[in-house]
Ligand binder design. Structure first.
Ligand SMILES: Cc1cc2nc3c(=O)[nH]c(=O)nc-3n(C[C@H](O)[C@H](O)[C@H](O)COP(=O)(O)OP(=O)(O)OC[C@H]3O[C@@H](n4cnc5c(N)ncnc54)[C@H](O)[C@@H]3O)c2cc1C
Length: 326
């Protein structure tokens, strides 16, 4: 049962920030994740501050620099079908189209997708795990088939968002407004790994709100893609996923970003794979080498070793495919 709480709809961003400054207040955007968390008692809430009426947080428009601004309240469905995103930032439209189900994409927002809570069944269930202030990660000795193989320390969740790895690959920034004013953080630095702090998922401070996401102008020769593998053909989170953003000069990968989903507690940028691609002709052999490097340091848990060959095959396949789409 959902606990009782006050529900407020502020008329402006400043008002929303003010209301969020009280203890136990939470942002409500589309509500698709928040309401599940409240029902499952993942955290307590005294006040739900709905930002859904704030028009300035909506819409997609070109920036003066030639990039794109996406308001935090833009729905995932709008992101998936936007013509400029489809043609210039393909990884993002592909990732958005892979999120959940059509109903959830119509209701869920891009800001909420970046800020959603982990899907670990211990965290969501009746377990007082480390991330909820307890003394252990139950996945270590429990069911860990869907947990991480990279970047786990104390807590072994995988980051749930499909759009975050695509945005990190495309070098997007997150604009945040709060009591101290505005700041911009690279999507790549927006999520907090458990090695730094296992009680929080993002760099958001109390009363801060994500207002927009800003994509830089696409570099000449940029090709990007996102693909995820899931356990079933209906909606599901990534078992393994890869976002690629590669700047081609002829058949060479002049610059590359390889970001994994379903691998780690945060969207996982593979510096090892990127290093092997830089300045090299991207053929099948190079793709296989880069894919191997991406999982070289993987540390599987008792039930998820299968993810290593899964990632290796997926990354090799996607690198080979992107080289052939020019
Ligand atoms: C059945 C199901 C399947 C799903 N499958 C997938 C999937 O395959 N891939 C995937 O990526 N996601 C998946 N999701 C997650 C879904 O995409 C998110 O629930 C959705 O994107 C959240 O958006 P929202 O606007 O509804 O956020 P809300 O539920 O309103 O908020 C989510 C969290 O973010 C915070 N928040 C929201 N907006 C802001 C903001 N602007 N600033 C600061 N904090 C904010 C809220 O306080 C809350 O903690 C699934 C969800 C469900 C329920």
């Amino acid at each position: 049962m959902v606990p009782s709480f006050s529900y407020i709809r502020p008329g402006s961003l400043d008002e929303a920030i003010g209301m969020l400054s009280s203890d136990g207040a939470r942002v409500h955007a589309g509500g698709t994740d928040l309401l599940g968390c409240l029902r499952e008692r993942v955290f307590d809430v005294s006040t739900v501050v709905s930002i859904a009426g704030l028009r300035e947080l909506r819409g997609i428009e070109a920036t003066a620099a030639g990039g794109l601004r996406i308001g935090a309240l833009t729905t995932i469905a709008e992101v998936a079908r936007h013509p400029v995103i489809r043609s210039k930032y393909r990884a993002l439209s592909m990732a958005a189209a892979e999120v959940a189900s059509p109903q959830l994409r119509n209701q869920g927002t891009i800001g909420g997708n970046l800020c959603q809570k982990p899907r670990c069944w211990y965290y969501r269930g009746e377990f007082h795990c480390l991330r909820k202030g307890g003394d252990r990660c139950y996945a270590v000795e429990g069911e860990n088939a869907y947990h991480c193989i990279l970047g786990g320390e104390n807590c072994f969740i995988v980051h749930p968002s499909d759009t975050a790895p695509a945005l990190a690959a495309l070098q997007a920034g997150v604009v945040i407004a709060g009591p101290g004013g505005r700041r911009t953080v690279a999507v790549e630095d927006f999520h907090v790994p458990p090695s730094e702090d296992y009680t929080r998922e993002t760099v958001l401070e109390p009363a801060e709100i994500v207002t927009e996401i800003v994509l830089p102008p696409p570099a000449e020769g940029l090709r990007s893609s996102y693909r995820k593998v899931r356990a079933r053909r209906a909606w599901d989170f990534a078992l393994a996923g890869v976002a690629l953003a590669i700047v081609f000069a002829g058949d060479q990968a002049a610059d590359s970003r390889v970001v994994l989903s379903g691998a780690a507690p945060v969207p996982w940028r593979s510096a090892e794979a990127e290093k092997l691609l830089k300045g090299r002709r991207l053929n099948r052999d190079r793709a296989a080498k880069a894919a191997g490097a991406a999982v070289k340091d993987a540390e599987p848990m008792t039930q998820n070793e299968y993810k290593i060959p899964l990632f290796r095959g997926l990354i090799e396949q996607q690198l080979t495919a992107i080289a052939q789409t020019g």
